[in-house]
Each structure stands twice: as structure tokens, then as C-alpha cells.
Write a protein that binds this ligand. Structure first.
Ligand code: ADP
Ligand code: MG
Length: 220
């Protein structure tokens, strides 16, 4: 079981120390809530796990591989297959249809067209958005865009899904629906879910809570 290991991670921006020798162990199939006040480093930590930010020091081990030792292309391939992102605000490209948006990870991974089509059909069905695939984001009802973003994140069946503030613009009912969808994936496919958020609605779904801004170090 590979999981994610963060060992003595430090990160600062200009003169601001955001993470100081932070360590945590995330097991496969965990539903992790990274919480803490605004500015405490939740997004930074999520981006470090997702390979978007590089820590100043410390080791990041994803899927059994130390990110530091990977070349650009190896790193890209690992993240492409292993990690799916749900971006803050459920961003979809307004110029692409819902179906095209969802398929993007497969396009970037050079999936052959028939496989791409088949996967889109399957994932759209799972998320209940089969009827919206030909529409543009602006033409879809509330809730469909959120589902489309989740479908895009899950397109390549990643082992880890990272979500930054996924409930921030949602009412309580929609938020719970999104969290429930993620939880079903976590439970059924042992996907690791990591959510950065201060929203207390997430806590009941979490199997592990990492709190930043207090004592930043977790002992394991
Ligand atoms: P959170 O997600 O918990 O609100 P962030 O990880 O976004 O916190 O930010 C933590 C701190 O780091 C904040 O003070 C923020 O201003 C700063 N910060 C984050 N990213 C950058 C960046 N790219 N450049 C400069 N400062 C940044
Ligand atoms: Mg943030």
C-alpha cells in the first residue's frame, strides 16, 4: 500500500513561513480533511501533494515514489495517472462542452478515441450527467457542473483525488451531495480523497483530519 508520505516539509513564500517541518502519513483509501484558518497553508499543502508546488525542503512520497527523484516526464506521468484534481470553484472551460471538459485528462494522456468515448460514457453514467454531455457549462443546471468536475477528476481512475474548498460556493444540500459522491468512490474503489477546507460539513466524512496553524506537526 503506497499512500502518501510527507516528511519534514517546509515551505515559505518571500518572508512568510507557511509550513514548518510538517509530516503526515496518508493511507490508501483515507478520506482526509486538511483544515485550519485562512492562510494557514491548506492550499499550499494540497498543491505540494499534487506536485504543483515544490517544498523548500522535505520529502514527498506519492505512490511509493519520491517526487524529488523523478525527472519531468516521469513526474508528469505519475501525476497524470495517480492524481486527479477538483479545482477550486469547479472550473470548467466555457468554450468546451461538458463532455469535452470531462474527457480532457484522457486527451492529454493520448487515450485512443474509442477508449475515450467509452470512458466518458461510463463516468458520465456513474455521476448522473449523461444528458448534459453535449451542453456547454453555461447551459447546465446547478449541480451538473460540480458533477462534471468530479467526473473529469476521476476520468483516468486516479488513486488519489485532491479537492480545494470543494464546498465553498455550494449550499448545504449540494455540498453534502458532492461529499457523498466522493465518499462512495473512497469506499467502493479505495480511492484516497484529500480535501482542503475549513468547512465543518466535511468533518463527518473524514477518516483523518490534518489541522494546520496549531501544532503543525503530526507524529506518526
Ligand atoms: P489557505 O489555503 O489555508 O488559506 P494558502 O496555502 O493559500 O492558505 O496560503 C498560505 C499563506 O501563503 C498565505 O499567507 C498566502 O498569502 C501565502 N501564499 C500562498 N501561495 C502564495 C504564492 N504563490 N506567493 C506568495 N504567497 C503565497
Ligand atoms: Mg486555500
Amino acid at each position: 500500500m503506497a499512500g502518501i508520505k510527507l516528511i519534514n516539509i517546509s515551505k515559505s513564500f518571500k518572508n512568510k513561513q507557511v509550513l514548518t517541518s510538517f509530516s503526515a502519513l496518508i493511507k490508501d483509501g483515507d478520506f482526509v480533511m486538511i483544515t485550519g484558518p485562512s492562510g494557514s497553508g491548506k492550499s499550499t499543502l494540497l498543491n505540494i501533494i499534487g506536485g504543483i508546488e515544490t517544498p523548500d525542503s522535505g520529502e514527498v512520497i506519492v505512490g511509493g515514489k519520491n517526487i524529488r527523484g523523478l525527472k519531468g516526464r516521469e513526474k508528469q506521468e505519475l501525476y497524470q495517472k495517480y492524481v486527479g484534481f477538483i479545482f477550486q470553484g469547479f472550473f470548467l472551460d466555457p468554450n468546451l462542452t461538458i463532455g469535452e471538459n470531462i474527457s480532457l485528462p484522457g486527451v492529454f494522456a493520448n487515450m485512443p478515441a474509442p477508449a475515450l468515448k467509452e470512458r466518458l460514457k461510463t463516468i458520465a453514467k456513474i455521476l448522473g450527467i449523461s444528458d448534459s454531455l453535449k451542453k456547454f457549462p453555461a447551459e447546465t443546471a446547478g449541480g451538473q457542473a460540480e458533477r462534471a468536475c468530479i467526473a473529469r477528476a476521476l476520468f483516468l481512475s486516479p488513486r488519489v483525488v485532491l479537492a480545494d474548498e470543494p464546498t465553498s460556493n455550494l449550499d448545504k444540500e449540494s455540498a453534502n451531495k458532492v461529499l457523498r459522491i466522493l465518499q462512495v468512490f473512497q469506499e467502493k474503489t479505495d480511492t484516497t480523497i484529500v480535501v482542503a477546507s475549513h468547512d465543518e460539513a466535511i468533518r463527518p466524512f473524514a477518516t483523518k483530519v490534518i489541522t494546520l496553524g496549531e501544532s503543525q506537526n503530526e507524529v506518526y
